[in-house]
Design a protein around this ligand. Structure first.
Ligand SMILES: C[S@@+](CC[C@H](N)C(=O)[O-])C[C@H]1O[C@@H](n2cnc3c(N)ncnc32)[C@H](O)[C@@H]1O
Length: 205
């Protein structure tokens, strides 16, 4: 598994501390940028958010039908308390998404998820996601990525991330191309409060 939840990093398994760190580094703004520039949901779009954490995407998404899944039960409990009535949340592993197969979505989000998964797990995630996407639907992912010109600060953050499978943009893309014929990749350095490399994939069904 590419996710470490032991030692000092265990504290981030608690929704409060997790979101405090996310806010401090700038993920509130980053989520909005990804939604506005890449996801661009329409009114009533059906959205499945895999690795949804404590459900903070719902601070940004409105007028959509939202389902969030995550394998951390405390995140899902917190999301259910905070966003009851705005979305549905389920505990599920991303490698075998535990939803009825007739549930079909316009957009699947994997925001900051794939770097928590080994290659085999990502392949399972993408294969099972594809089953839940409508024809013409898209999977949008966003993850930290390895670049040659990363700052020292970015390199330190990458080293201590709970996700131990941070890859190059090319490696994220090649994994996605095993399941999706059309994959667009963008590397951005401007999503957080400081220069930090992220890879955003748009995978089209
Ligand atoms: C960096 S957090 C991102 C959370 C959320 N997308 C957000 O915007 O805050 C990564 C999330 O992926 C979840 N996760 C990691 N591996 C998973 C897996 N195999 N199945 C389900 N969830 C997973 C973690 O529990 C965590 O909530």
């Amino acid at each position: 598994m590419g996710h470490v939840s032991t030692g000092i990093r265990r504290v981030l398994e608690h929704p409060f501390f997790y979101e405090a760190l996310q806010t401090a580094v700038g993920h509130k703004v980053a989520r909005r940028m990804v939604i506005d520039e890449y996801v661009r949901p329409e009114k009533n779009s059906m959205i499945l958010d895999i690795g949804c954490g404590p459900g903070k995407m719902l601070e940004i998404l409105s007028d959509v039908e939202y389902v969030g899944v995550d394998f951390n039960e405390s995140y899902i409990e917190s999301a259910r308390e905070l966003y009851a009535g705005k979305g549905k949340f389920f505990v599920s592993n991303a490698t075998s998404i535990d939803l009825p197969e007739d549930e079909q979505f316009d957009i699947i989000l994997a925001y900051n998820l794939m770097h928590h998964m080994e290659d085999e797990e990502v392949i399972q995630l993408l294969d099972s996601s594809k089953k839940f996407l409508k024809k013409g639907g898209r999977l949008i992912s966003m993850d930290p990525c390895l670049v040659l010109d990363a700052t020292l600060f970015a390199k330190i953050l990458i080293k201590f991330d709970r996700g131990t499978s941070i890859r190059s943009a090319e490696d994220y893309s090649s994994l996605a191309k095993k399941s999706f014929e059309k994959v667009e990749s963008n590397v951005r350095y401007d999503l957080l409060n400081f220069t930090y490399p992220h890879c955003i994939l748009s995978c089209f069904k």
